[in-house]
Every structure is written in structure tokens, then in C-alpha cells.
Write a protein that binds this ligand. Structure first.
Ligand SMILES: Cc1ncc(COP(=O)(O)O)c(C=O)c1O
Length: 400
């Protein structure tokens, strides 16, 4: 089998059971190269034990650079952490807050980008402000999101935390414009990018200070690892309260006899200060393989393919009584086509699943989330499955 990925070709997913897999915004199925990387990892430890470590340390060093290239960053500014939440928590507990500092969050955010800020607020006496999302490009809303954010920033805000793509609606936030407002107001910007990296082009050089992104969605790895970007302009000012034994300068010298055991080595003033203990090596092996697939296709190409897919299915769904939440502004679109459904969304997820079409519907927003392996000719198949599911739903509710 060739390991080169091709748009609309699922040859690299030979065991994928679904006829159409449209839940990349939830959990990506494993491609053959990702599967093989995990097998190689566990096999190498089965054979060599500690002797396998060197090879995987090299893999991680290379991975930083490949991840950095996906988001316009430098390898030194990437930490490999456990999940998106850990990245949020590291920063939420790593800023030298003053009591009363204000943090802006957005209504409707995924809780991973809320709870750690609430915890930090309770710990450090911060004030949380909330800004509505609608005005950032949702259909039927006045485009007043940036004005609302500017008004919030004018009250004196220390940090804005936002998801690059909103998990329920698929709204892609205007990160460059938000970064510009933050800069103007002297606020820091944290981005949860798990719904963007790998499908929506994103570049931290527009003024993102921190970015956290788990590996099991559009990066197509497995769960249990994530990347955390920390701007080199911010790392020295952080207080890495959650650092661990690997956070020090020269953390492993004592293991090889290169330097004596000490507890007073300084903590690194770099992103990888948040790599406090042994990582999820199998997950990082998987992430490496997933990232290579994306580099070989190009994220712009994946984005364009996904938009074509959404363009093809959206009118079919509108004709059947679904209400699209896709932004009328193409620059606010993402890998998620979200819709309000004419019938109970969770029932629809089950009925479609029974027909081999895998979708997700958090908080009753149906999400159609294809990625590069989805072929355009899956669209009629999915439409047929939706028709059959709606008929079955109608039949069952008429009978009850
Ligand atoms: C916007 C967003 N952030 C974070 C997560 C998950 O966070 P974690 O990687 O910590 O599980 C999800 C989905 O699971 C999400 O949609």
C-alpha cells in the first residue's frame, strides 16, 4: 500500500467501518501510517525496553519542528503536553496574575477553554468577562463581535482566551483581528486550536501568545497528547507553577552520570518547561505520522477540499428542513458544518450511525465534519442515509 495520502481517497484507512466518516471534529479514525507508528513504538519497547528511548527522543525532537511548521512557529516554542486542557491549565496557572486581573472568555466555548480559567480565577482572584460569539460571523447576527470585544478590552483586560474554531457552530474566529485588538489594548491572547490545526490554516505570528491543540481530531493522531505553543516574548515572564522534574535545565544529566543529582537547577524559561515528566510516547509517535500526512497534502488543500464537500451537501440539507449555522462569510468557515435539525439531533446521529454514516451532535448541533479522506461521491450516499433516517424517525414518531 502506498503511504502517500490523496484527497478523497480512504485507501489509508483500510479497516474503517463507516461508509462515510464525518466526525473528524470529535475523534479522527486512525490511518494506516498512524496505526503503524503506534505498533512500531510498542514493538520497539517490547524488544529493547530502555534501549528504545533514544530513537523516540529523536522522533520527538523532530516532531517539534514539524508541528511548529504547521502553525508558523519555531520548534523551541513548542511543548508536547497531555491534551488541550493541560495546555490551557499550564498557562492559566503560569501567568503572574495580580488579583483583579480580567480575562475575556466567549459564550458557547468548549469547556476545556473555560474551566481552567475559572480555576485560575478562583485561585488568583481574577474577574471573568464574557463576550457573545454571534457577532463574529454567525448567520443572522450583526457583525459587531470585534466591537464588543474592543469594548470589553477597554475595561482593562489581561488576557483573552478563545477557540480558533467554535466546536458547536464551526465558526472560525478572526484570530488575526482579535490579536490586533489585544495588542492595541496590551492584552495577551490564548487560542484553543484543536478544531483548527490540520484543517483551517492558522499562523501564530499574527500575534497569538499561547496556543494549545490536542492531537486526536484534525491532526489525526490518537488522544493523550497535544502541542502547546508559547510565544518567545511571553515565556520568560511565566511562572511555571505546574513544572515537574523534566522542567529544569539539564534535567537528565544525573541519570547518565553527566552531572550530579541536584534539586536547585533553574526551570527552563521556554515552552518545554511544561514538559514536566515522561510523555505519552505512543501518542507522540502517532502524532508524528498524522502531522506528516498533513504536510504532504497541505492544510490549505485540505481546507479547500472540506469546503467543496460542505458546499455539496449543505443545499441538500436545507431542502430537507435543516437550518445551516455556517457563516455567510467564507473566511469564518471551518471543517465543521453545523446545522439545526428538523428532528431530534441525537436520534438522527443514532439513525445515521446504523446506516454507516458517523456524525456527532453536541448540545443538539448536528456537525458534519469530513476531512481529506472523504470522497465527493460520499455526498449522495450520506443524503440517501439522511432521507432514510428521517423516514424512520417519522415512522417511529407516528407510531408512538
Ligand atoms: C474546542 C475544543 N477544545 C478542547 C477539546 C478537547 O480538549 P482535550 O484535548 O483537553 O480533551 C475539544 C473537543 O474535545 C474542543 O472541541
Amino acid at each position: 500500500m502506498s503511504s502517500a495520502p490523496a484527497l478523497g481517497d480512504r485507501a489509508l484507512f483500510p479497516t474503517l467501518a463507516a461508509r462515510s466518516y464525518l466526525a473528524h471534529c470529535a475523534i479522527s479514525p486512525l490511518s494506516a501510517p498512524v496505526h503503524a507508528a503506534v505498533v512500531e513504538y510498542v514493538d520497539s519497547y517490547a524488544r529493547l525496553g530502555v534501549g528504545a528511548l533514544g530513537r523516540w527522543l529523536e522522533q520527538r525532537a523532530a516532531l517539534r519542528g514539524r508541528i511548529a511548521a504547521l502553525i508558523g512557529a519555531h520548534a523551541d516554542d513548542i511543548a508536547l503536553v497531555a491534551n488541550t486542557t493541560t495546555g490551557v491549565t499550564d498557562i492559566a496557572f503560569g501567568i503572574d496574575w495580580k488579583p483583579g486581573d480580567r480575562v475575556v472568555l466567549f459564550d458557547g466555548e468548549f469547556p476545556a477553554n473555560v474551566t481552567p480559567w475559572q480555576q485560575a480565577a478562583a485561585t488568583f482572584g481574577l474577574e471573568i468577562l464574557r463576550v457573545p460569539l454571534g457577532g463574529f460571523g454567525m448567520p443572522g447576527h450583526a457583525p459587531d463581535g470585534l466591537a464588543a470585544l474592543r469594548a470589553a478590552l477597554a475595561t482593562g483586560v489581561r488576557l483573552v482566551a478563545v477557540s480558533a474554531v467554535q466546536f458547536q457552530t464551526g465558526l472560525a474566529m478572526p484570530i488575526a483581528a482579535i490579536a490586533a485588538l489585544c495588542k492595541e489594548a496590551g492584552a495577551e491572547l490564548f487560542v484553543d486550536a484543536i478544531q483548527a490545526v490540520g484543517v483551517v490554516p492558522i499562523d501564530v505570528s499574527v500575534g497569538v501568545d499561547y496556543l494549545s491543540c490536542g492531537s486526536h481530531k484534525w491532526l489525526m493522531g490518537i488522544d493523550g497528547c497535544a502541542l502547546l505553543y508559547v510565544s518567545p516574548h511571553r515565556s520568560a515572564a511565566l511562572v511555571p507553577r505546574l513544572g515537574g522534574w523534566l522542567s529544569h535545565e539539564d534535567p537528565v544529566g544525573f541519570l547518565m552520570g553527566a552531572s550530579p543529582l541536584r534539586y536547585d537547577r533553574p526551570l527552563r524559561a521556554r515552552a518545554d518547561v511544561f514538559e514536566g515528566g515522561a510523555p505519552n510516547g505512543a501518542g507522540l509517535a502517532a502524532l508524528g505520522a498524522g502531522v506528516e500526512l498533513l504536510h504532504s497534502l497541505g492544510v490549505d488543500t485540505v481546507f479547500a477540499h472540506v469546503q467543496r464537500w460542505h458546499d455539496a451537501i449543505e443545499p441538500e440539507l436545507l431542502r430537507r428542513g435543516f437550518v445551516s449555522l455556517r457563516s455567510p462569510d467564507p473566511s469564518r468557515r471551518s471543517g465543521i458544518l453545523a446545522l439545526r435539525t428538523p428532528v431530534d439531533a441525537q436520534a438522527l446521529v443514532r439513525l445515521l450511525g446504523a446506516r454507516g454514516v458517523v456524525v456527532s451532535a453536541p448540545d443538539n448541533h448536528l456537525r458534519i465534519a469530513p476531512s481529506w479522506p472523504n470522497a465527493m461521491d460520499e455526498v449522495p450516499l450520506v443524503v440517501d442515509a439522511i432521507d432514510a433516517a428521517l423516514r424512520e424517525y417519522g415512522g417511529a414518531s407516528a407510531a408512538s
